[in-house]
Ligand binder design. Structure first.
Ligand SMILES: *Cc1c(COP(=O)(O)O)cnc(C)c1O
Length: 353
């Protein structure tokens, strides 16, 4: 391992949006003959990239996103790193890339957090967002899988995306474009899944919305995801209101946050259900006040209440009174407390350093 020039860094006070990078990165290379090299911690720096690199042309690139939080006792903890490691294995497998062992994934994450935790201020709404990714490094324009790969891990300081005092977001329904389709790659985190969503994201923003509602590719009927987050609905009101999310059909990303919310909701006394949710049912159930809340969730966005659906075909509707609802706020608080070691952690999801 290379020595570290600046192991202590100044806290980043203004995290901005995904650009407040920390000082280091970790790099490992893989070849067919030697497997993985040991992880190297080094200052974050540009990569020399040959323009004929396979990863650039054919998208043989997979990634993950996980967070490290500073707990109330001052120690750092990665949230569910083993689940992220396993999903990364599924993503790389889908693109004919080598497997990074779970323990190596976690070891590199520990290494980077130890080196760069000084960048994280004591603002409890900030966290370290870790971005592990694997790229195909062979230089060839033949349409074939690479034989050499690089694993990289970098991080940025993330602010809180959602302020409970702020309004809920609006979402825009994409009827023309789809994000994922049966047999495709919607259930893994690969680079090629995201640029094709950018035009719809632009349409959503032009319509005054923050996110896209993705429908299923076959019937164009069922809600799958909200932008790059998983979708939730709340049916009914009060302490026994039901928490519902679209079932994993193979075309939506099995979010670690989605799974965490399902568990937390049950623990707080809310029945949960995973099922197919049609756009029409969502609309009808909001109009007769059966569905009272909706929210999006993911590692980056944590939990974002949705107040309005803008549907260019069927017309717009409000969810509840259009403001963040009590179940979303309660689940958001529980999730943040779990991240910070305040809430009990019977599943051992917090990986304390
Ligand atoms: C990453 C991601 C999510 C959220 O997954 P988490 O594991 O909760 O971060 C949801 N949908 C898509 C498309 C994603 O890329």
């Amino acid at each position: 391992m290379t020595s570290v020039a600046h192991s202590r860094s100044e806290p980043i006070r203004d995290p901005g949006h995904g650009e407040a990078f920390t000082g280091h990165m970790i790099s490992m290379d893989w070849t067919e003959t030697d497997g993985w090299t040991p992880p190297q911690l080094m200052p974050l720096a540009p990569l020399p990239v040959h323009p004929g690199t396979i990863g650039l042309h054919y998208g043989q690139v997979a990634y993950e996103g996980l967070k490290a939080h500073r707990r109330s006792d001052g120690r750092m903890a990665l949230f569910r790193p083993r689940d992220h490691a396993r999903r990364f294995q599924r993503s790389t497998h889908r693109l004919a890339m080598p497997t990074l062992p779970e323990d190596a994934f976690i070891e590199t994450a520990e290494l980077l957090v130890a080196a760069d935790q000084g960048s994280l201020s004591d603002d409890p709404s900030h966290s370290l967002y870790l971005r592990p990714f694997m790229i195909a490094t062979d230089v060839s324009l033949m349409l074939r899988p690479s034989r050499g790969f690089r694993f990289l891990l970098m991080a940025f300081v993330a602010g809180s995306f959602f302020d409970p005092d702020v309004e809920a977001v609006s979402v825009w329904v994409s009827h023309d474009r789809v994000r994922a389709f049966p047999g495709g790659t919607g259930d893994v985190k690969i680079a090629g899944n995201y640029a094709p969503t950018f035009p719809a994201q632009r349409q959503a923003i032009a319509a005054g919305c923050q996110q896209t509602v993705w429908l299923d590719a076959v019937e164009r009927k069922y809600v799958e995801e909200l932008g790059g987050s998983n979708a939730f609905l709340v049916r009914g009101r009060g302490p026994r209101a039901e928490v519902v999310t679209p079932e994993l059909t193979g075309t939506l990303l099995p979010g670690v946050t989605r799974d965490t919310i399902l568990t937390l909701a049950e623990r707080l006394g809310h029945p949960t259900r995973t099922t197919r949710v049609s756009l029409e049912q969502w609309r009808a159930d909001c109009l007769d006040d059966t569905v009272t809340e909706a929210f999006a969730c993911g590692t980056a966005a944590v939990l974002t209440p949705v107040g309005k659906v803008v549907d260019p075909v069927g017309g717009d509707w409000l969810i509840g009174d259009g403001r963040p609802g009590p179940v979303a706020l309660k689940l958001h608080r529980a999730l943040v407390e779990l991240h910070h070691g305040v809430l009990e952690d019977p599943e051992d999801w917090c990986h304390v350093l």
